[in-house]
Design a protein around this ligand. Structure first.
Ligand code: NAD
Length: 367
């Protein structure tokens, strides 16, 4: 296969983790005989420094011509005092909007080898393996009016929760499709006891469910879901929800795994390129020190191969290699207890590439 995959390193640890992703994509291309073109573009603080804009037109046009985009992270204290439209994060929000990525997928897998790093007890965590599917371009974050205003009683404020049925339906259908390919269980999260938008959400879930008779559906109120995520996380297979609830619940779920450095994400559009990124930020406290965990980024590469290029075998090979490296005891600093050995970002990237090559060459698919 020939594919253009644009890499946007961004700021902080972004360049360190995307350098590992570049090595991995090159390894996948060699092992599976693909031709990946990997151009790079500027975004965030790095783009501000070079061009004065957090999302230069050249970057956007490169992304639009790609099959997929892999992003490191943006932001850092250096740019924190800039006005809103000049902040690195504006570049990332602008990119998501321009690519119209309406669905954010966040797999949350608890690795038995790493369960000690989680704030929850191993017996509560054991077997946790879920995907959160969050609507990304509608709801309270984008509705208008969004303003402060003076009323008779004084200062007031308005945010608007707006969704079209179509926006709900395309996201919910994606959730069902994901559940169909997994354990066949979908939990839809809403606040239907209070919100009109949630009542329409439920109706759409019920209607779409008819197309997926093999998927078992449960509705859960968002307050209950927040509790159930820490009480019994293994009951979740696919959790589908709207933008604001998803924003909050996905960070709660991410905490279950212990290290933010392990978690990948994919943001998908209807037809255009997908955007793949680890869920962590630019981690300025450890940037430039070869301390960042690159596994969330490497698992994002697996998602890119699966969702944008439909290369299932290659995606599984990447996930297997990451798993093998962790099982073999290799850890970055964020994953170890005091006194234990760890390896740097680049060595971790090398190990995953090495295991992928060896496992594919030797046909070792035991893990
Ligand atoms: P952060 O995720 O950057 O860091 C939180 C903590 O996790 C830090 O202690 C950091 O060292 C650690 N950490 C993060 N990634 C790690 C990794 N790969 N390996 C090991 N440890 C890791 O969140 P923050 O500190 O709140 O934000 C820092 C900057 O990143 C801010 O400017 C913020 O706006 C930006 N940010 C960007 C994104 C993005 O680009 N998608 C997301 C969140 C935050």
């Amino acid at each position: 296969m020939q594919a253009t995959l644009t890499i946007l390193s961004g700021d902080g640890v972004g360049p360190e983790v995307t350098a590992q992703a570049e090595k991995l994509l090159t390894t996948v291309a060699t092992v599976f005989h693909h031709d990946f073109y990997l151009p790079t573009g500027l975004i965030g603080g790095a783009a501000l420094e070079a061009t004065g804009e957090p999302l230069p037109d050249a970057t956007l046009s490169l992304c639009r011509q790609s099959e997929a985009v892999l992003l490191g992270a943006v932001g850092g204290p250096k740019w924190d005092t800039l006005p809103g439209n000049k902040r690195p994060e504006t570049g990332l929000l602008g990119l998501r909007k321009a690519l119209q990525v309406f669905a954010n997928l966040r797999p949350i897998l608890v690795w038995p080898e790493l369960s000690g790093a989680s704030p929850l007890k191993p017996e509560v965590l054991s077997g946790t393996d879920m995907v959160l599917v969050r609507e990304l371009t509608g709801g309270l974050y984008f509705g208008v009016p969004r303003e402060r205003r003076f009323e008779d009683s004084g200062l007031a404020v308005v945010d608007t929760l707006h969704y079209t049925e179509r926006e709900m339906e395309r996201l919910i259908r994606l959730g069902f499709t994901m559940a169909q390919g997994r354990r066949g269980q979908l939990i839809s999260v809403d606040k239907a006891n209070v919100l009109e938008s949630s009542r329409l959400w439920r109706e759409v879930v019920e209607r779409v469910s008819i197309e997926f008779p093999g998927v078992q559906v449960q509705h859960m109120l968002v307050d209950s879901a927040a509790m159930q995520l820490v009480k019994n996380p293994r009951q979740f297979d696919v959790l589908v929800t709207e933008n604001l609830f998803g924003d909050i619940l996905s960070d709660e779920a991410a905490t279950l795994t212990g290290s933010i450095g392990m978690l990948p994400s994919a943001s998908l559009s209807e037809n255009g390129p997908g955007l793949y990124e680890p869920i962590h930020g630019s981690a300025p406290d450890i940037a430039g020190q070869n301390l960042a965990n690159p596994l969330g980024t490497l698992l994002s590469v697996a998602m890119l191969l699966r969702f944008s290029l439909k290369l299932m075998r290659e995606a599984e090979a990447v996930e297997r290699a990451v798993r093998s490296v962790v099982s073999a005891g290799y850890r970055t600093r964020d994953l170890v207890q005091p006194g234990e050995n760890w390896i740097g970002t680049d060595k971790m990237g090398d190990k995953v590439c090495q295991y992928l090559r060896e496992e594919e060459q030797n046909g070792e698919h035991t893990i």
